[in-house]
Design a binder for this molecule. Structure first.
Ligand code: URA
Length: 186
C-alpha cells in the first residue's frame, strides 16, 4: 500500500493521459486521512489547476458553505476528484481520462477507508454509484455497497447556476451528518 505522499508524487508526475500536457498542476485529494466521509467530484477546475488544490474556486466556496451549514470543516473530511487534471474548457472528463485516472481514487479510498462516500454531481455519481444515476431525482438517496454508504448531492457549480436549489443541498448535507452520527463517525 502507498502513503498519501507517495500517491501525491505519482499524481504529480502522472502522464497516463493527454491532460498531463495541458495541466498546470495535477490536483491530489486533500483533507483528513482519518476522515469517515469522502467527497468525490468530477475534475479540477481552472483555479484548482492553478493552485493544485481541490475546490478552491467559486464552487469550493459553495462547498465550504454547505459544510459549514452542518458545522463541518475541511479538516474533518476528505475531498477528491475522479480525475486529477483539469480538462480544457472545463468539459466533462472523457471515458479514457476516467479510466486512466481511476486507480488513484481506488488507492485514496484504500488509504482513507471512509464509511461514507458522497458524490458531488452527476459525473461522479454515474461513475461511483450507477451509470444511469439521475442526479436531479436521486440526490440524497443512499446505497450500501461493500461496507460503504454511498450518496450523491448536487454539484456546487450547479448550485451557483441555480441558487434556488441550495436548500435541497443543505437538506442532503443534514442527512449526511445524521448518517455519520448513526455510524459514530463524527
Ligand atoms: N469542480 C470539481 O468538480 N472539482 C474541483 O476540484 C473543483 C471544481
Amino acid at each position: 500500500m502507498y502513503t498519501w505522499e507517495e500517491l501525491k508524487q505519482f499524481v504529480d508526475s502522472c502522464s497516463r493521459c493527454p491532460l498531463c500536457r495541458t495541466r498546470t498542476h495535477s490536483v491530489m485529494g486533500r483533507g483528513s486521512l482519518q476522515a469517515g466521509i469522502m467527497f468525490i467530484a468530477e475534475a479540477p477546475g481552472r483555479q484548482e489547476d492553478q493552485q493544485g488544490i481541490p475546490f478552491v474556486g467559486p464552487a469550493g466556496h459553495m462547498f465550504d458553505q454547505l459544510l459549514s451549514s452542518v458545522s463541518l470543516t475541511r479538516d474533518q473530511i476528505y475531498i477528491t476528484n475522479i480525475i486529477k487534471c483539469n480538462p480544457p474548457f472545463n468539459r466533462d472528463p472523457s471515458e479514457e481520462e476516467k479510466a486512466a485516472c481511476i486507480d488513484y481514487l481506488k488507492y485514496e479510498t484504500l488509504l482513507i477507508r471512509p464509511k461514507i462516500m458522497v458524490c458531488l454531481g452527476r459525473v461522479a455519481a454515474q461513475r461511483i454509484i450507477r451509470p444511469d444515476f439521475r442526479i436531479t431525482r436521486e440526490h440524497g438517496t443512499w446505497t450500501e455497497r461493500k461496507g460503504y454508504w454511498l450518496t450523491a448531492v448536487l454539484h456546487p457549480s450547479a448550485l451557483l447556476r441555480d441558487p434556488s436549489r441550495v436548500a435541497e443541498a443543505e437538506e442532503d448535507f443534514r442527512r449526511i451528518r445524521q448518517k455519520a452520527a448513526e455510524l459514530s463517525i463524527l
